[in-house]
Write a protein that binds this ligand. Structure first.
Ligand code: ATP
Length: 247
């Protein structure tokens, strides 16, 4: 499973936000998207699963192909299930831990009790949360820590069996220990599906990303194996950004 982006351009009103982006996100890889604030990282991520359409006033040109299909020619709800997204702020719905986990699954129509129980255990286990919550599945999720809620958010996305996982700065509100747990989780998940991660934390990109993409002013300036991009980038702007010389 790869994601192929062809000539992607996005506008909000008259302002062009993304400019002719071409890229292939490969299978079984973690790709990190880095770049200065406001360069379009989140917009790019949201265009990969049609979450962007939930914002008013956007216009998009170009193609995003998943399994060879243009996601903009398919049903948006189905695309958002197949290409899951986790946002920066850990969100617990005002429900129990189990009902948080099953929210999307129930929305998509699953009613079988055994199946729902199996999904609960499998996904919480995958997210490294099962042992911490198995004895309090019916307790309110908002009593969990920020790091636990972020792992629950990831588990909730995994529960609908996505083919791709997108994350927008998933650790920016977390302490180092919770960050490490999420990073370990992403490394495990990337063995099964492509993971695309927007991060401001260059150390995080270095630690876990196989590929890193550098964006600036709505353009994808450079993408390469992470080691190459951080040690021997092709572009001066990338080098300056990594060195902290600009922005
Ligand atoms: N819904 C929207 N309506 C209008 N403009 C928007 C909208 N969302 C984003 N923008 C604009 O698009 C540009 C890129 O924003 P985006 O959030 O994609 O950047 P970013 O690189 O993720 O920034 P940051 O690192 O600060 O999170 C910004 O100028 C922003 O103001």
């Amino acid at each position: 499973m790869s994601i192929v982006v062809q000539n992607l351009q996005v506008w909000f009103g008259k302002q062009q936000i993304l400019k002719e982006i071409n890229h292939t996100f490969a299978e079984n890889r973690i790709s990190a998207i880095i770049g200065p604030s406001g360069c379009g990282k989140t917009t790019f991520l949201k265009s990969l699963n049609r979450t962007l359409e939930l914002d008013a006033g956007y216009r998009l040109e170009g193609k995003v192909l998943v399994s060879g299909e243009d996601i903009y020619q398919r049903e948006a709800g189905d695309i958002r299930r197949r290409i899951g997204i986790v946002f920066q702020t850990p969100v617990a719905l005002p429900l129990s831990i189990k009902e948080n986990l099953l929210f999307g699954v129930r929305y998509h129509g699953e009613r079988n009790k055994k199946r729902l129980n199996d999904i609960t255990e499998n996904c919480l286990t995958q997210a490294g949360l099962w042992n911490e919550v198995k004895d309090k599945l019916n307790s309110p999720a908002n009593k969990l820590s920020g790091g636990q809620i972020q792992r629950l958010s990831i588990a909730r996305v995994l529960a609908v069996d996505p083919e791709v996982l997108l994350l927008d700065e998933p650790c920016s509100n977390l302490d180092p220990a919770s960050t490490r747990l999420i990073e370990e989780l992403l490394v495990e998940l990337a063995k099964k599906l492509p993971v695309v991660l927007v991060t401001h934390n260059l150390f995080q990109a270095k630690r876990i990303a196989h590929m890193t993409i550098f964006m600036i002013n709505g353009q994808l300036l450079e993408s390469a194996e992470t080691t190459k991009l951080f040690t021997n980038p092709d572009k001066q702007e990338t080098s300056d950004f990594i060195a902290g010389l600009t922005w």
